[in-house]
Design a protein around this ligand. Sequence first.
Ligand SMILES: [Zn+2]
Length: 215
Amino acid sequence: MQRKMKSLNLSIRNLFFSTKCSVCGKIIEDDRYICYDCLKLLRRKGELKNRENYYYLYYYEEDIRKVIADYKLKNRKELVVEISSLLKKPLKYLLDEKKIDIVIPVPISKKRREERGFNQVEEILERLKIKYQRIERVKDTKHMYLLSSKESRESNIENAFGKIKLNIDGKNILLVDDIVTTGSTIREIIKELKKMGKPKEIYVFSIAMAKSFGK
Ligand SMILES: [Zn+2]
């Protein structure tokens, strides 16, 4: 009886204080969201790859697909810790290697932002203390604006109040997204950026890329 009680207590405790690994589903007894083995495997797979100016760490397949889906859609915002730790080295290397002047997260729609409560890429950049510029695509005019930083708690968004034009002349720009599938959004943003000025080079970094990209 006592033993039964003990195991019942344990499972109730697990119900509240443990999590399942986002990749393999194994119960983790602390506050992580990816188990040690899966994190190790992801770290090993996640080397910086590129196709021309598109840089990425993973093909958009099972394990990383589950992680990104949990992070974005299943209220597992805390996954930002593990995801950031996977991105830290390669992303900082890329910023340095390509002498990036401006980092721009790919904007999500206002509706998405409200539903989710956060922009998944901005969370990662903030965690990694990487400064970024937020842009907004205004649907009806198709123009892009730099957004006011007033709406962000964090101070590492470049300070720019009001909707002003982003000065990108001669700058190396890195667009950051979580997944690149067809690249159509990115291409649209690049087109808009080129209307704003004459950037030196525009690079793209994403966590994952569809295998079919560019084919
Ligand atoms: Zn696992």
